[in-house]
Ligand binder design. Structure first.
Ligand code: VAH
Length: 326
């Protein structure tokens, strides 16, 4: 019976991925893992192991104990948090990934690991950013992602490791709160709209970034992991995007539901990060190689986010009575 290990299983992507894997692959036992323990992981029907991915011995023990044959490696430090602790960001994102790739080499595992459009920098073409182009990121997060892509390519070429990767844009989801990324504004705004009817955005209104809704991101991961190896022509990481929008366009879309919703803009250190990233990504290679196709546009994302967050409002505080989604 195939067993899947998910690192960073309680993070933004990990939480949604584990739920989907459990639905889609009933016969599989999904082994969740993360740096911290959680109250709900004791005596549950699911498996959760405490795992710091920089601990290669602990990683090997879990792989052998559960006879893991596939790893979805989602443990990592995002861009904004990385700038506040570059040493931690390097250690987790690079040494952690190296441990995963070494384990994949030793145990013949199949691996998914996320990269990011953060591999691109100020010198990269901003519109229709190609699959192969100038990278030169200026954040430690982007530097760890470029390094990670080079490691993935090397392990695939040198050792035949079946590692697959996607350069994610900003990911929008409602299951977990924002996790320290520069694109967090596109998630925080929904919580603030429902609670206070107002949001103070940390990037300028004209800041346009590539984004994807979580259901599309999860679909892309599973589609890439299920495609025949012969269809994969990129082992560093595939450009992936769905839509691009500016902060102001997101505000306007929310105001279609809540006309009195207001937003002011107070750019902080994350503006400088966002300014180095592309505005629109060319993901033609992913669409050509394995049929990638996104489903959610901005209207669908805003509708789905407001619907789901309204339903879970008890978890994050009283809703502003005027902003009740129905
Ligand atoms: C971040 N959400 O903001 C991540 C992502 C492209 C952005 O890598 O750090």
């Amino acid at each position: 019976m195939k067993k899947i290990l998910v690192t960073g299983s309680r993070g933004q992507v990990g939480s949604d991925l584990v739920a989907t894997l459990r639905q889609q692959y009933r016969e599989i036992r999904v082994v969740e893992s993360g740096r911290r323990n959680f109250s709900d992981t004791i005596n549950q029907e699911f498996i959760y192991e405490v795992l710091d991915v920089t601990d290669s011995k602990r990683l090997s023990k879990i792989i052998e104990q559960y006879q893991v044959d596939t790893i979805y490696h989602l443990a990592g430090v995002l861009s904004a948090k990385g700038e506040q602790n570059p040493q931690l960001c390097w250690n987790v994102n690079v040494n952690g990934l190296r441990n995963i790739l070494e384990a994949a080499r030793s145990y013949q595992l199949k691996v998914f690991c996320p990269s990011s459009i953060a591999v691109f920098g100020a010198n990269t073409p901003k519109f229709q950013t190609p699959q192969v182009t100038i990278e030169s990121p200026s954040t430690i997060y982007g530097i760890t992602k470029v390094t990670g892509e080079l490691l993935c390519q090397y392990y695939a070429d040198r050792f035949g490791v079946d590692v697959r990767s996607l350069r994610f844009p900003g990911i929008i989801s409602y299951k977990t709160p924002p996790g320290g990324g520069t694109t967090d504004f596109a998630v925080e705004i929904f919580y603030q709209a429902l609670q206070h009817g107002h949001y103070t955005c940390f990037v300028r209104p004209d800041t346009r970034l590539p984004m994807i809704y979580m259901p599309d991101a999860i679909a892309a991961i599973l589609q890439l992991m299920e495609v025949e190896p012969t269809s994969i022509t990129v082992r560093s990481s595939y450009n992936l995007a769905a839509i691009s929008f500016s902060a102001a366009e997101l505000v306007a879309e929310i105001q279609k539901y809540f006309p009195n919703f207001t937003c002011d803009y107070q750019p902080d250190f994350r503006q400088a990060i966002a300014d180095t990233w592309p505005a629109v990504i060319d993901d033609a290679q992913a669409r050509q190689d394995w049929g990638w196709q996104h489903s959610y546009d901005l209207t669908a994302i805003v509708t789905d986010m407001l619907e789901h967050l309204s339903l879970k409002s008890s978890e994050f505080g009283v809703l502003n009575s005027e902003f009740v989604f129905n």
